[in-house]
Every structure is written in structure tokens, then in C-alpha cells.
Design a protein around this ligand. Structure first.
Ligand SMILES: [Cu+2]
Length: 150
């Protein structure tokens, strides 16, 4: 069901300097994979991370991270995609959106990880399939989910 995810455009939050309790993470966007995202984990407390997202290219890429409550949100996400993935009304809160990054461009933002199911994807369009449906980078491997358990 995660195979057909398109995206949206929301202005990024301003970058903030990491506090002493934060950890840093580097996420790398390549053709066509998301590298360095968190693994599933348990977390009894909120975890703040300073994420630096870098497009290692060569293509244009974008990272969007949504926080779902759990897998019961997935049908709603799929329906959102089927409706054309309104850029203004995502079905779940946006944790991070880099907007489109050129090759070697970076984006830094603090990310707060609370328990939930996270969906990360790049939805830069690649073209259309034989049925005329838009194929984006999430269809080519730039799609990742991870769980933060309470
Ligand atoms: Cu991409």
C-alpha cells in the first residue's frame, strides 16, 4: 500500500542549533534510496534529533516524513495518494519536508521522534507508467518506514 505515495510541499521549519541532549543524524538521498534513516526502536521518552539531509544525487530529490498513528493510517495515506496527494492536506502530520534539493544541497532541521509509525519518501516525479499513472521516486525505492514504540 505504500507503493503509491506522492507528496506535498510545506515550508520547512527554521534550522535550530542542537541542544546538549540531542543527537545528530545524517540522511543521504541517492538514486534511488534513502540512507541513514532510523531503525525501529523503543522510546520511553521523546527523542530529539538534529537531521541533516543531503542529496547525493545525481537527480533532484526531496525527503518528506509523515508521522502516522499506526498502520491503520495506511489506507488513508493510500487514498490521499489516489486523490492526487493534495500538497496542502496530508493525511498525517509532517515531521520533516526538505522541499526539492539539488545535487549536493543539504537541509537541516530538528526532528522530534515520539511513538508512532513514520513514513519517509521522495515523491519527485519520474514519469508515467503504461496506465498513465504518475511514477515517482517512492516507486523506485525511495520509501522507508520505521516505528518508534512507546
Ligand atoms: Cu528522489
Amino acid at each position: 500500500m505504500l507503493h503509491a505515495l506522492l507528496g506535498l510541499l510545506v515550508g520547512p521549519s527554521p534550522a535550530t542549533a542542537p541542544a546538549a541532549t540531542e543527537s545528530a543524524r545524517t540522511v543521504t538521498l541517492v538514486n534511488y534510496a534513502l540512507v541513514g534513516l532510523p531503525a525501529d526502536s523503543g522510546s520511553s521518552t521523546t527523542r530529539d534529533e538534529q537531521w541533516t539531509v543531503r542529496n547525493a544525487g545525481p537527480a533532484l530529490h526531496q525527503l518528506l516524513v509523515l508521522r502516522l498513528r499506526d498502520s491503520t493510517d495506511l489506507p488513508e495515506v493510500a487514498a490521499w495518494i489516489a486523490r492526487g496527494a493534495s500538497v496542502l492536506l496530508p493525511p498525517a502530520p509532517i515531521v520533516l519536508n526538505t522541499d526539492a534539493l539539488l545535487r549536493n544541497e543539504s537541509f537541516t532541521q530538528r526532528v522530534r521522534l515520539t511513538p508512532g509509525l513514520y513514513l519517509a519518501l521522495c515523491f519527485v516525479p519520474q514519469g508515467r507508467d503504461a496506465a498513465g499513472e504518475i511514477v515517482d521516486h517512492s516507486h523506485l525505492g525511495m520509501r522507508y518506514t520505521f516505528v518508534v514504540r512507546p
